[in-house]
Design a protein around this ligand. Structure first.
Ligand code: F6R
Ligand code: ZN
Length: 185
């Protein structure tokens, strides 16, 4: 018998290798109305990538799991740190696990009732995202923030439910990280 070579994640960089990868880049122009300062966002429109997601091309069938790595680049729109769009799962009850691989940032979690909280993300951090909980990564550091995620193939994404924004926004003020509660958006 031969031994199967599985896909690999390089822990230090988060780079995935083999396993039929899918890649998606999200740029500033793909994120209208996501940041508080829409004018500042428009000034940055160009080819700037905010985050890349690499995924293993595995089955989306019920019971199967997806594996992906998000690389969120350092940067700000105005004073607000680069972040992912963020979403609930279309199948609300489905959870997810994130593992911090490199860089420093925050994972913003928000329930359907609107209760929001922030977990620190760093190399080795483990984040249990329960069902019914929206999630967004925020890069508060000066390096790339990379996180490995495992989630159910049937979970899907619902971006519309939070189109008006999460309850917390995170800004750099006086060289420190400041999280602010906002009413809507
Ligand atoms: C999958 C998941 C991550 C995100 C990725 C990009 O359920 O949570 O793989 O999809 O971090 O963020 P979004 O999808 O919010 O643009
Ligand atoms: Zn998710």
């Amino acid at each position: 018998l031969s031994f199967i070579q599985p896909p690999q994640v390089a822990w230090a960089s988060g780079a995935l290798a083999d396993g039929l990868l899918l890649r998606k880049s999200t740029r500033i122009e793909d994120l209208p109305d996501v940041f508080a300062d829409e004018h500042a966002r428009q000034q940055l429109v160009g080819e700037q990538v905010v985050y890349d997601v690499e995924m293993l091309d595995t089955s989306p069938a019920e019971g199967e799991l997806y594996t992906g790595v998000t690389h969120l680049y350092p940067g700000r729109v105005g004073c607000e740190y680069f972040m992912t769009r963020g979403h609930f799962h279309a199948r609300r009850e489905q959870g997810e696990v994130y593992f911090g691989l490199r860089g420093t940032g925050l994972l913003l979690l928000q329930t359907e009732q609107g209760d929001a909280r922030l977990e620190k993300v760093f190399a080795g951090s483990v984040h249990i995202i329960p069902g019914f909980t929206a999630h967004r990564l925020i890069n508060t550091g000066e390096e790339v923030l990379s996180a490995l995620a495992v989630w159910p193939g049937i979970a899907g994404h619902d971006y519309a439910a939070l189109a008006s924004g999460f309850r917390i926004r995170v800004f750099e003020e006086n060289k420190t990280v400041q999280a602010k509660e906002v009413q809507n958006g």
